[in-house]
Design a protein around this ligand. Structure first.
Ligand SMILES: [Zn+2]
Length: 122
C-alpha cells in the first residue's frame, strides 16, 4: 500500500486522486475496457474519435464483478451524429444497470421455479 502511494506520487497524483482511486477500486476489481466496436460513423462514414469514457461497476455471472469502462466514440466530422457505444457491453448489461442479463435471467428462472413449486405445494 505504501509502495502504491509512492508510485502514485511519482506519477504526479494528488492525494485526493489517490484516495479516490483506492476507495473506488479498493476491492481490486478487474478493469475491463469496452470500446465502441464501430469503426466509422454510421451516418456519414466519417472517422470516429473518442468522446468520453464512462466507468461503472457491473455484475454478471459470466464476468463476476468488474469495473467496466466504456469508451464511447463520436463522429469527427459532425458531433451531432449519433454516439457509438460498445455493443459488447450493451449485450452484457442493460443500459445504466449494474446487473447483467445473465444474472437477471437466473433470478427470473429462480423466481419462476419458486412460484411453480409454491403452486404445487398448495
Ligand atoms: Zn458522421
Amino acid at each position: 500500500m505504501r509502495l502504491f502511494h509512492e508510485q502514485a506520487h511519482l506519477a504526479g497524483w494528488q492525494t485526493t486522486e489517490i484516495m479516490r482511486a483506492t476507495v473506488k477500486n479498493g476491492n481490486h476489481l478487474p478493469h475491463v475496457d469496452f470500446i465502441a466496436e464501430v469503426k466509422q460513423c454510421q451516418r456519414c462514414g466519417g472517422n470516429l474519435r473518442v468522446q468520453k469514457s464512462k466507468k461503472r461497476i457491473v455484475y454478471t455471472i459470466e464476468t463476476g464483478t468488474i469495473q467496466a469502462r466504456e469508451i464511447r466514440k463520436v463522429c469527427s466530422m459532425d458531433s451531432s451524429h449519433s454516439v457509438e457505444t460498445s455493443e459488447t457491453l450493451s449485450q452484457l448489461v442493460p443500459c445504466g444497470q449494474r446487473y447483467g442479463y445473465d444474472l437477471i435471467g437466473e433470478n427470473l428462472k429462480r423466481n419462476l421455479l419458486f412460484s411453480v413449486a409454491t403452486r404445487i405445494r398448495n
